[in-house]
Design a binder for this molecule. Sequence first.
Ligand SMILES: [Zn+2]
Length: 258
Amino acid sequence: MPEGDAVWQTAQRLHQALAGRVLTRSDFRVPRYATTDLKGRLVTEAVSRGKHLLIRTGDGITVHTHLRMDGSWRVSPARDRVANSHRIRLILANTEWQAVGYQLGVVEVLHTASEHTVVGYLGPDLLGPDWDPVEAERRLRGDPARPVGEALLDQRNLAGIGNVYKAELLFLRGINPWRPVGDVADIDALVGLARRMLDANKERSGMVTTGVARRGEQTWVYGRAGRPCRRCGTLVKSADQGRNPEERITYWCPRCQS
Ligand SMILES: [Zn+2]
């Protein structure tokens, strides 16, 4: 599941291919927008907001998409043939490039002035130009009894963390995912580390939290249930946590995290 850094990268790729160019084709393959045509509109920018993608046009239209579980955007030269697929939800193309959105969890067209209706609930964006750690901490502390593992995933508190970074952040800070937020004294350090971790990963493909990019060594605990903790050798545990079925499983070392 793509997290904030991967969505940020996608926004960069879309921006490079689409911004400053006029759309020569739009093909919405979702029923609600089957007749929508953005041909002739100038794309001004593509940006990420947490895990949401916003593609804006000069005349005040925004195409809002979200990758959810399996979504992706692929950019290729406009002359390349794109294999037809039932997984395609949206194609945006200009004379040079085509951007093809596969299995997008959300496809929506709205007025740019109304973007707040789809992303206004989000907390400070870890990779946004308006990142505000103090506000993120304030929101996290808003529900002190809530397990910290759940609170970190709630995009209303801060935007961009998914299940991998959640597990890794808590390991690195020695915090058990079930500890109530109110009992985490150094939440500013946790928030600061979240920002650094996403920022360090935003320019590369794949997520690395150990500093080792070799396959199988990229994470401390995520995806490693039943295997020895890289620090202490205790077997890493996993369990369901939280309400979001897409992001339930959490991983932790019962010895390193309390
Ligand atoms: Zn350990």
